[in-house]
Design a protein around this ligand. Sequence first.
Ligand code: RIB
Length: 317
Amino acid sequence: MKQRPHIVVVGSANVDLTTFTDDIPRPGETIFGREFHLGFGGKGANQAVAARLCGAEVSMVARVGDDLFGPATIRNFTSFGIDAGRVLITPGVSSGVAPIFVDSSGQNRIWVVKGANDRLLPSDVDAASALLRRAEFIVLQLEVPLETVYYTLRFARAHGVRTILNPAPGQALDLPEVANADYVIPNETEAEALGGMPVRNLEEARACARRLVEQGLRRVIITLGANGALCAGPEGIRHVPPFAVDPVDTTGAGDAFIGSLACFLSGGCEESEAIARANLYAALSTLSVGTQKSFVPLERFEAEWALRKQAAGAMVR
Ligand code: RIB
């Protein structure tokens, strides 16, 4: 892999308030949860941390609030060695937060309160333009204003910088704007929102990916959790098989996939291998609780990869 590719994430930073619970209360009901974790999250920040742990130089372009969480979030980036020079504290606004509930099967339900993430504007992108032009990949999600996402995609295309868009949280989007992205990477529910059709199994995922490519998206990777991932482009659709794990908390697994994929691709991995690696990186993140806290360092990943790549039938060198 190329030494230290440079990745810039233009996106969200949240604080995750995660409750582990066996039941979800009905309206008006109070129940006990099992356990609580406070941690740093936000799709953008998580993807930045995953890319950094996989070996990339990472810069973050984001906004946090002028509350307890804002400076702590900046310190968290710095502790990972992520350049946070473009993470701005926004006066009079709360930081982004995410109350998360994880059930006994490891599945999560997430509410995001965007706070300062909603103040990340095209002018912030302009202010970071020198940084963005030098990037090997720019990575985006949808927890910041759509106008900023579209603006950054146009900027990147005009300057020949490759981009990954994670269209999460899922919503209907302007496809010609989205078509500026080199990779669009939704999970099943996000693919449903984007494609306007159900994605409940592999066949429906194939149909949705095909439709999105026909509608002009360059490359679409649908992440399918325990079923691996589908990669679609003008040449056709390929299924990249999963790695079997017994998950305790799936929160942030999609972010682990995207951040690690950005690093593997920009580090020079061939695409099929990069996706297989990202599948494994995401699977390993489900083995412990939390979002960023559950992302493994590169040495641990490479050891698992050496052991497991053949078993998964991954198309690797
Ligand atoms: O993808 C998981 C993330 O979604 C959490 O960290 C939460 O903050 C929300 O952004």
